[in-house]
Design a protein around this ligand. Structure first.
Ligand SMILES: C[S@@+](CC[C@H](N)C(=O)[O-])C[C@H]1O[C@@H](n2cnc3c(N)ncnc32)[C@H](O)[C@@H]1O
Length: 266
């Protein structure tokens, strides 16, 4: 998208549709190069090696005690490049997650583990969304997304925070978006419990997960312990009821399990 059109969206704040994402990831290459102070050529050299580079940072077998430290301190700006390469190379897949988000997003929206902000920015541009709350442990990711929001004229509708204990966050959200994050958490079931207390009764949670380290071990930082995964699914089924949507079979929509619903089934 041209600078001029982004200039227009600065005033309108409504121009960030799925087609805009498919065109250039919401101006991602230019913004990333500028933010990281790289030339366009340097950026193109670093993007293809970014997954390998992130995997190489990983200290080895995942120590649950160190997962937060890894994302907050060790990763630095490596995740920005890895996520950018992924969103640019798998744009059709990300576009479907944006279409899904567009179908459900409303009110106070939490993007938990928001990464480079594609979903948070797109949500902030939706008229159905009152405010986006982007939460991510990584300070580089937060700074990049705050800067992107300013560039795109969306700063008034997008606030960032490190974690859900941040007092400026609402107690409950109308929409929770948590995409490609749960497999990075040492206690994904515990995170679901938290989401269940922070989702409004008529709200929707959009979630996916990939509890797998990759066929070539390219995601050593993903948790895959069978007991952890089993606890995750038990918790999911206890608290959430799936809502059908036609966009993706890997990313699911949920509402809170109606009270007493499971008891009535038994
Ligand atoms: C694979 S990225 C996904 C980013 C984004 N949701 C997307 O779909 O592109 C995982 C993100 O989760 C963040 N993260 C990891 N652990 C977290 C935690 N405990 N709390 C908040 N964010 C976390 C990482 O910093 C990273 O940005």
């Amino acid at each position: 998208m041209s600078e001029q059109i982004y200039g227009e969206s600065k005033q309108l704040g409504q121009q960030l549709g799925v087609d805009d994402f498919l065109a250039d990831g919401f101006d991602l290459r230019r913004q990333l190069a500028e933010f990281l102070k790289l030339s366009p050529e340097e950026l193109e050299q670093r993007l293809p090696r970014s997954t390998e580079h992130l995997a190489a940072l990983h200290p080895g077998a995942f120590d649950p005690q160190r997962a937060e430290v890894f994302y907050e301190q060790n990763v630095g700006d490596a995740h920005l490049l890895e996520l950018a390469a992924w969103h640019l190379n798998s744009a059709d897949y990300i576009a479907d997650t944006l279409r899904l988000q567009q179908s459900f997003a409303k009110g106070e929206l939490l993007d938990f583990g928001g990464g480079i902000g594609s979903h948070a920015l797109a949500a902030a541009a939706l008229p159905t969304v009152k405010q986006v709350w982007y939460v991510d442990l990584n300070p580089h990711n937060r700074a990049f997304v705050e800067w992107r929001a300013q560039q795109l004229g969306l700063a008034a509708k997008l606030a960032t925070g490190r974690d859900l204990d941040d007092p400026k966050l609402p107690t409950r959200f109308d929409t929770i978006v948590c995409l490609d994050v749960l497999e990075h958490l040492p206690d994904p079931a515990g995170q679901l419990e938290v989401f269940a207390t922070r989702l409004k009764e008529n709200g929707t949670a959009l979630m996916n997960w990939y509890f797998f380290q990759g066929f070539k071990g390219e995601y050593p930082f993903h948790f895959d312990d069978p007991q952890l995964v089993e606890r995750f699914f038990l918790t999911l089924q206890r608290h959430f009821l799936e809502v059908f949507h036609p966009w993706l079979i890997t990313t699911r929509a949920y509402r809170l399990m109606p009270k007493g619903f499971i008891d009535r089934l038994e």
